[in-house]
Ligand binder design. Sequence first.
Ligand SMILES: *Cc1c(COP(=O)(O)O)cnc(C)c1O
Length: 366
Amino acid sequence: MIPFLDLRAAYLELKTEIDTAVARVLDSGWYILGPEVDAFEAEWAVYCGADHAVGLANGLDALILALRALDVGPGDEVIVPSNTYIATWLAVSAVGAMPVPVEPDPTTHNIDPARIADAVTPRTRVLLPVHLYGQPADMDPILEIARAHGLAVVEDAAQAHGARYKGQTIGAHGDIVCWSFYPGKNLGALGDGGAVTTNRADLADRVRVLRNYGSREKYVNEVQGVNSRLDPLQAAVLRVKLAHLDAWTDRRRAVAAAYHAGLVDSGLILPHVPDWADPAWHLYVVRNPARDALQARLTDAGVGTLIHYPIPPHMQAAYAGMGLAPDDLPLARQLAGEVLSLPMGPQMAKEIDKVIQHFNKISGAR
Ligand SMILES: *Cc1c(COP(=O)(O)O)cnc(C)c1O
């Protein structure tokens, strides 16, 4: 079986370094925040080209605390992609605001900037693009619309560690950028983790206070915060992996290039990369109208694939209350029925050719 993703292989490649880092934290006697988290925050900020990074418990919390830092709440609207992981919408709902979905550009699957202006109302406070699959969203027109309407920009970069937009690393294009270090992400911890990066000192400071019970000084609580701290054990693991992130992204790029060359005649719709985009290749997503049959035959052939995502947020029971019909967002619905994610990861090598052969055989290409 060729797995969709092999997390154990990623650990084993760095086992000595990771075990040493974990032992260092265990020996330190310091298990909440502290020097390991401070060091990771400093290194992650530099990597992202941002002035500040704040480590958090997970990516959903990063989105929620970013919105709270911007004082987004009941009565406010936040523009989100119709085609995204549901966490993007859930963060908006969690602060009491209303997610307002905008359909994707069908060639990139990312939010279509040309459709955003029509969705802006007097209640809109934030534009929340997602760099889906590690493909950067088209930030310049998004930032332009935000400027024109006086809106903040929050980026969901949970899949985009190391992606670049027009040569600049994702991490500080908008007001605040939200990260997940879930194990399967391009920079993944050995458990949950998250962060925000930003050039705005005011927002970094607010998130820092919110993540720790609204407290700057122990037992003095300025605001009603939460407990959402990055664990020092995870920070130590992330510091090890960060040193390898660019090399691992290069390997993902090589896998994507091999897929492109090998599948160009397969009849599948392959990922479209605009010339301004340098994707991090979190996922390699193809499209096919007969996706379900294709996936079943690949499973039989021993090739592990996944669907990101089979049910779009507006068709989930969780959002039945919004009263949206499936075809109110037809592109999100169509993509959910056609997308298929191929095995992808920096530890793939000899499996690549096998995946390509199976795909071509099954899809009937030469
Ligand atoms: C993974 C992910 C999140 C949530 O991250 P967690 O750390 O799992 O909370 C949010 N948005 C997107 C697009 C993601 O892929």
